[in-house]
Design a protein around this ligand. Structure first.
Ligand code: NAP
Length: 244
């Protein structure tokens, strides 16, 4: 039977690259979006037109009921959930003194609680199956912290803690849980940075460039594959050597 992967936040960026890769590798793929209906539909249509098994599902992962619906609808459509990629995320830059409670709550709600909501709903299915792979997208800022990104760094550090704890909890059920911690990747998320700011950052990356969404997708795919069956609770940095 074909395996099924849910990629949260796959209307664009890293999520979209991951959805394309999993579709090409033969998975049923659920493209989840919240606001970007157009880009999610466009991506889905182009993959379906090429013969791949792909569908879209709107869900704000920060909302428990919508996250549960995402899992339920996927199970209804495809009959199993073999891979869950918690990729949906938002960034926020600002001094802590300029970070309002509402900003902090929004970042934590989407990046951390969204991951919790989807993991919790999918776990019920995966435990019954006695198999499953969960891959959470953290960030190198969750490992080392970024100035002026307190909320974002805290949310991504939380994702790492959640990953490690859940890996221990679910290992006896044959489920692995890992995290990918990207460095600076060429997506919309960094579109607020000027060319000069990006060039300045790239100078500090040992491999001398930004990463691509496809490179993150390949790492996620590896963690979902049987080549990673003995890997759980790990954080894989894909950051050009920025964090070693
Ligand atoms: P992006 O291009 O801005 O894409 C973000 C995705 O998340 C979009 O598809 C967006 O969907 C979705 N999303 C946001 N809020 C959501 C919600 N409440 N519910 C469901 N989906 C939601 O960013 P990206 O660079 O690909 O980022 C993907 C992940 O990688 C994020 O978790 C990010 O923190 C992490 N990351 C990125 C970088 C980087 O440099 N780009 C570095 C480290 C980690 P809609 O537009 O439909 O809302």
């Amino acid at each position: 039977m074909k395996q099924t992967a849910i990629i949260t936040g796959s209307s664009k960026g890293i999520g979209a690259a991951t959805a394309i890769l999993f579709a090409q590798k033969g998975y049923n793929v659920v493209i989840n979006y919240n606001n970007s209906y157009e880009s999610a539909s466009l991506l889905c249509r182009s993959l379906v037109n090429n013969g791949f098994s792909v569908t879209t599902q709107k869900a704000n992962v920060a909302n428990r009921l919508e996250a549960e619906m995402l899992i339920k609808e996927t199970l209804y459509k495809f009959g199993s959930i073999d891979v869950l990629v918690n990729n949906a995320g938002v960034a926020f830059e600002g001094l802590i003194t300029d970070t309002d409670e509402i900003d902090f709550d929004r970042i934590i709600d989407i990046n951390l609680k969204g991951t919790f909501n989807c993991c919790k709903a999918a776990t019920k299915v995966m435990v019954n199956q006695k198999s499953g792979k969960i891959i959470n997208v953290s960030s190198m800022w969750g490992q080392v912290g970024a100035a002026c990104e307190v909320a974002y760094s805290a949310s991504k550090a939380g994702v790492i803690g959640l990953t490690k704890a859940l890996a221990k909890e679910l290992a006896p059920s044959g489920i692995t849980v890992n995290a990918v911690a990207p460095g600076i990747i060429e997506t919309n998320m960094n579109s607020n940075l000027s060319i000069e700011e990006l060039a300045e950052f790239v100078e500090t990356v040992p491999l001398g460039r930004m990463g691509s969404a496809e490179e993150i997708a390949q790492t996620i795919y590896f963690l979902a594959s049987e080549n990673a069956d003995y890997i759980t609770g790990q954080v894989i940095g894909v950051n050009g050597g920025y964090v070693i």
